[in-house]
Design a protein around this ligand. Structure first.
Ligand SMILES: [Zn+2]
Ligand SMILES: [Zn+2]
Length: 138
């Protein structure tokens, strides 16, 4: 079974948790049943607002990823880390993709590889040019 869905921003609501989406999530996926094992593979494409851990600036990042899961009906069948419990054959696709995106984020979020961060003295953002205290030390 193939599916194709767009989740508009208004529908993301509370399942978003720590993520701040700036574009609707577009989902494309397939659920297949092979020898009694139901697997779900899907890809998402969206844009999220992140905060750089080093300079605390907000930036948006294109987020296009694909994920795979095994769907199980009962809790006792949960084996692998990527297994998803799908009770009553209902699946919270929005919640799943939000948590997948969240898990896929690096532990250290940087606006760019060579982000200069903040000045330890005045807190100025060094990506926007040298702050006054750097100049005074020269
Ligand atoms: Zn930064
Ligand atoms: Zn400074």
């Amino acid at each position: 079974m193939d599916f194709d869905a767009d989740i508009p921003l208004e529908e993301l609501g509370e399942s978003v948790g720590a993520l701040d989406f700036t574009a609707p999530i577009s989902l494309k996926g397939r659920i297949s049943n092979v020898v009694g094992m139901v697997s779900l593979s899907y890809s998402v494409s969206t844009e999220i607002l992140l905060v750089c851990d080093r300079c605390l600036d907000e930036f948006t990042e294109d987020c296009s990823r694909s994920f795979e899961h095994i769907l199980v009906r009962e809790e006792k069948d949960l084996v692998g880390e990527d297994d998803v419990l799908c009770e009553d054959d209902s699946l919270d696709m929005t919640g799943l993709c939000v948590s997948d995106i969240l898990m896929g984020l690096p532990t250290k979020i940087l606006c760019s590889e060579d982000c200069l961060g903040l000045c330890p003295d005045c807190g100025g953002n060094l990506n926007r040019g040298e702050c006054k205290c750097v100049k005074e030390n020269d």
